[in-house]
Design a binder for this molecule. Structure first.
Ligand SMILES: Nc1ncnc2c1ncn2[C@@H]1O[C@H](COP(=O)(O)OP(=O)(O)OP(=O)(O)O)[C@@H](O)[C@H]1O
Length: 242
């Protein structure tokens, strides 16, 4: 099955304020898709809907064929999420954090340690596994949030502006890791307002004031125009600095 996520006719209002309007798109295995939009476009609202935190009205979200409104547990089991806010305990080591998370997913200690070692190798952080998170810089902490999201081997990886607050080198490193995960077969859904995190071959879903303005491969959408300029032109405002 190539289709990992299907969203159809999704809308959401915050009270009287419309936040999403009639959004439809599909994500496929092995693709890095940027959810690109300026501040207030609706990116976090969309991620809250697709992670089951809020119910769309109306709208349908299915993950690997499982309808989020009827079979949320099955849908969420196929998904890894990196939220904007940190979720790991700073006073535990990375391994202890991941063991706890693996246990919550029902993995035995042996299966957990096997999966933790795989994930640490994928993200190139095995050498730091026994250190407490508090001793690490922001870039490593973010990479460890990514490690946590990968423990259940998700087909869909959702990241809500995962580079906020990181310096240029840490931003480049985590962006490169996410692209490698897509090349290895995961559907990566990456919310950002920074066009330089997007490679020419990536897919882009452009969201602006709650509406889907464009959906396609970055090079096809922007043509010869640099993506950041195209983004500016399409949304009529300046992309915000990191
Ligand atoms: N919990 C909430 N209650 C009320 N309004 C909200 C809530 N969350 C978001 N909004 C409003 O919904 C709209 C979309 O916000 P959202 O946070 O989804 O955008 P975003 O693209 O993620 O923006 P940013 O890049 O600033 O995080 C905004 O007008 C925002 O003020």
């Amino acid at each position: 099955m190539n289709e990992v996520l299907r969203i159809r006719g999704l809308s959401h209002d915050w009270g009287a304020k419309p936040a999403l309007r009639d959004i439809s798109f599909t994500l496929e295995r092995g693709r890095f898709t940027a959810l690109l939009g300026p501040n207030g476009a609706g990116k976090s609202t969309l991620i809250s809907v697709l992670t089951g935190l809020i119910r769309p009205a109306p709208g349908v979200v299915t993950v690997m064929g499982h309808d989020m409104s009827r079979h949320a547990r099955l849908a969420l089991a196929r998904m890894g999420v990196v939220f904007q806010q940190p979720t790991l305990d700073l006073d535990l080591s990375l391994r202890a954090n991941l063991r706890l998370f693996a246990a919550l997913h029902g993995l035995s200690r042996r299966a957990a340690d096997r999966r933790i070692d795989e994930v640490l190798e994928i993200l190139d952080i095995g050498a730091r596994a026994e250190e407490k998170l508090r001793a690490m810089n922001g870039g490593h902490r973010r990479r460890m949030e990514l490690a946590r999201a990968l423990i259940p081997a998700p087909e869909l990886l959702v990241l809500d502006e995962p580079t906020v607050g990181l310096d240029a080198a840490a931003r480049a490193a985590i962006t490169a890791h996410a692209h490698r995960l897509a090349q290895a077969g995961t559907a990566v859904f990456w919310a950002t307002h920074l066009a330089d995190e997007i490679a020419p071959e990536d897919d882009v879903i452009l969201l602006d004031r709650g509406r889907l303005r464009a959906n396609g491969q970055a090079t096809e959408l922007a043509g010869d125009t640099p993506l950041a300029e195209w983004f500016l032109r399409e949304t009529g405002g300046a992309p915000c600095p990191a």
